[in-house]
Design a protein around this ligand. Structure first.
Ligand code: FAD
Length: 410
């Protein structure tokens, strides 16, 4: 068993060829996860008409971090419950986040068709199961608010859910919520596709290029890497769980949190939708991929420290064992499942469960994007588009204001 993820194993991350490090670039993006890849993609497209240079630096290969190790869900909404987000940061901000996430479906479809990105994207719908009356009632409150704010979301009882799922559900499932417009994709293929498209549109891609320091040099930023230095007119730091290693001031704001995950060998297609549940309070999620494999993660609650402050890749045996129990419990007739791979990935949490997308004021025209609290895939294209504009035009899009470092909830 190795720690390569199912997504990394089943994609070709070497199709993007690395370039020599330029000495200067108008915009430098650090990190080729889904957020850096998306920013590079939109920046390269914008720069085609302005002639600006765009460079993407990645310490390893594309999709090395969370983006290549996750559940592959494109789920609308906030990182934690909608009602609790609205309570914590205000209904307007919750609605803004929901609306941004709802933009994604159109952006994915456009990017995939315009740039021929193959990443198994499909609109499958997503089911979240409730295992108790209390959890069903909480879901109903959030669903009602999301419906009022524009999302088409249904609450279904056990019988109605059973009609959507081709294997008998455990009697303990009370009901759940269903979002028909949610989707699934192959995370690593998506990231590699965006990076390759950025390259096609003129971006310079430098892999195995680790940023080791940054300093202000008048109106530009001098970036030090293991392959030499590059001077940037603007910088987007998209390293999520690694944020404080690049920008130490973010240490108390963006905390790495490790997520455990595993995949089962392919079985006949039976689980069409993306699915989630709270067997443990920190949640579980799974999808059956197009080749029939099942990818399932969660159960972080069963680690003594909830995997808080862990950036290393290793496995937690107790969490892995808990994950193995989820599907047999919820789908008692699913049949024997054989584990194929186990891995872990670095999420990044903020104190108020909202990402940080803002200028890092200690450096000129430098933006930070990170802290997606285990729910970053759906925001990658809208934020990438906004950040590309912000960096190339040195403006602050108003859509990013709720994610500023100086917001009251931080
Ligand atoms: C187990 C797990 C399951 C998840 N499931 C889902 C899901 O189903 N749906 C969802 O929406 N979200 C999910 N998430 C969260 C989601 O994966 C993240 O929010 C998202 O991938 C973050 O993307 P990113 O580009 O910001 O960060 P990352 O993908 O972590 O990318 C950061 C990149 O920066 C690079 N880097 C770091 N330091 C440096 C440096 N010094 N120099 C150069 N490069 C550097 C890293 O190598 C890495 O490639 C999950 C996360 C995990 C870990």
């Amino acid at each position: 068993m190795n720690l390569i993820s199912y997504w990394q194993q089943t994609s070709d991350r070497t199709i993007v060829k690395s370039a020599d490090l330029p000495t200067t670039s108008d915009v430098v993006i650090i990190g080729a996860g889904v957020h850096g890849a998306s920013a590079a993609y939109y920046a390269a497209k914008l720069a085609e008409s302005t002639g600006q240079q765009v460079t993407l630096l990645e310490q390893e290969l594309p999709a090395f971090g969370a983006s290549g190790r996750n559940g592959g869900f494109i789920s609308t909404g906030t990182a934690d419950g909608y009602a609790s987000t609205a309570k914590r940061v205000g209904r307007d901000v919750a609605k803004h986040i929901l609306t941004l996430s709802m933009r994604t479906r159109g952006l994915i479809q456009t990017a995939l068709s315009e740039d021929n990105i193959k990443c198994d994207y499909r609109i499958t719908g997503k089911i979240n199961y409730a295992l108790s009356e209390a959890s069903f009632a909480n879901m109903r409150t959030s669903a009602q608010m999301m419906r009022e704010d524009g999302l088409d979301i249904e609450m279904l009882d056990h019988k109605e859910l059973q009609k959507l799922v081709d294997t008998p559900l455990s009697e303990e499932i009370e009901g759940g919520k269903y979002v028909a417009s949610d989707g699934l994709l192959h995370s690593a293929k998506f990231v590699v596709g965006l990076v390759a498209a950025a390259q096609k549109h003129g971006a310079t891609i430098c892999l195995n290029t680790k940023v080791t320091g940054m300093s202000a040099a008048s109106t530009t930023v001098n970036i030090q890497t293991n392959r030499g230095n590059i001077s940037a007119g603007a910088v987007i730091v998209s390293v999520n769980a690694w944020s404080s290693t690049v920008l130490p001031k973010l240490k108390d704001l963006i905390t790495p949190v490790r997520g455990q995950i595993l995949s089962y060998v392919p079985i006949a297609p039976v689980l069409r939708q993306g699915m989630g549940v709270e067997v443990t309070p920190t949640g579980e999620y799974w999808q059956q991929t197009v080749d029939g494999s099942i990818v399932i993660g969660g159960c972080r609650y069963d680690a003594p420290d909830r995997e808080w402050n862990v950036l290393a890749e290793g496995l937690h045996d107790g969490v892995q064992t808990s994950i193995e129990k989820v599907l047999p419990r919820l789908f008692p007739r699913l049949g024997p499942l054989t584990i194929e791979q186990r891995w872990a990935g670095p999420m990044a949490f903020t104190p108020d469960y909202l990402p940080v997308i803002d200028r890092a004021n200690e450096l000129p025209n430098t933006w930070v994007s990170g802290g997606f609290c285990g729910h970053g895939m759906v925001f990658s294209l809208p934020f990438g588009q906004l950040l590309a504009q912000a960096a190339l035009q040195n403006t602050t899009p108003s859509d990013l204001l709720p994610f500023r470092l100086s917001r009251p909830s931080l």
